[in-house]
Design a protein around this ligand. Structure first.
Ligand SMILES: C[S@@+](CC[C@H](N)C(=O)[O-])C[C@H]1O[C@@H](n2cnc3c(N)ncnc32)[C@H](O)[C@@H]1O
Length: 271
């Protein structure tokens, strides 16, 4: 392991507001992580009291991401990853999965949360042969993300763009689509797009819990219909089985569940 000498300095404590529940920290709590505050636990528990299924959604979604990366490395030969809306470090981060299979894999993480920035050092322990980097940027600024990513990735070579549970933070669907299009425009033929997101129209209790959360003062997260999620892949070649509940995307043999959950995802290749 190399020393993450390029790791950003931890941000000043006052930039991290521990009085308001925060998406990345609540998600970390549901994933079983420790990087959260009482206010996040409280908001997370309020949510699970209405909809306990969110824990399955969070964990199934991370498992989907792991299977996507394994496919990308082992079957598609991808060695570069741009993971936008990274979240707090947890088990099986993108670079850990990718570099276990291909030590020369290069990964750029992007998030706009100061708490994620403060923990970014843990995301930067790269294998000696590969590289990892962290960009403190907003998904609504795709040009800046591409320019900064080009310092670590060779964007003339196929790259996988990962958007895992981030697009719901962009409320306007047309804006979300144009962000995805702009990011994919910056990547060459043979690149891939991986998206997974909470879905509307599957489980009314999930929608009720999400509406209450969005009205609580927390940064809102907008669920999309499966059809809306599928539009992010327009113009790309979907890898089988297409856009499906994440539990049904190439489940590992003998995996315990392929139940329909309100979290849909897919992976597609840029022609
Ligand atoms: C629900 S978490 C998902 C984390 C991880 N991708 C996963 O699927 O487990 C959403 C992440 O998106 C980040 N995020 C929210 N809005 C963002 C924005 N406008 N620009 C960049 N990142 C953002 C949050 O800080 C958080 O880390």
């Amino acid at each position: 392991m190399t020393d993450p000498t390029t790791a950003p300095e931890p941000v000043a404590h006052q930039k991290i507001d521990t009085s308001v529940p925060h998406s990345a920290r609540i998600w970390n709590y549901w994933l079983g992580g420790k990087d959260n505050y009482p206010v996040d636990e409280e908001a997370g528990d309020e949510y699970t009291a209405v909809f306990p299924g969110i824990v399955t959604i969070a964990r199934s979604s991370r498992a989907f991401l792991r299977r996507n990366i394994a496919y990308l490395v082992s079957e598609a030969g991808i060695r570069q990853f741009l993971d936008v809306g990274t979240g707090l470090p947890t088990a099986e981060n993108t670079h850990e999965v990718a570099q276990r299979l291909a030590p020369d894999a290069r990964i750029v993480y992007v998030d706009n949360d100061p708490m994620v920035l403060a923990h970014a050092r843990a995301l930067l322990y790269s294998s000696r042969e590969g590289a990892t980097a962290y960009i403190d940027a907003d998904v609504t600024d795709p040009d800046r993300i591409l320019a900064a990513a080009a310092e670590t990735l060779d964007l003339s070579r196929p790259t996988a763009l990962i958007l895992s549970n981030i697009l719901g933070h962009v409320a306007d669907h047309d804006q979300a689509r144009s962000i995805v299009t702009r990011l994919m425009d910056g990547l060459p033929s043979g690149s891939y797009l991986s998206v997974n997101d909470g879905s509307r129209g599957v489980d009314p209790v999930f929608e009720q819990a999400q509406d209450a959360y969005n009205n609580s003062g927390a940064v809102p997260y907008n669920l999309r219909t499966v059809e809306e999620i599928a539009t992010f892949f327009d113009g790309l070649e979907l890898v089988e089985p297409g856009v499906v509940p994440v539990t049904q995307w190439r489940p590992e043999p003998g995996s315990p569940t392929s139940e329909v959950i309100a979290e849909h995802g897919g992976l597609a290749r840029k022609p």
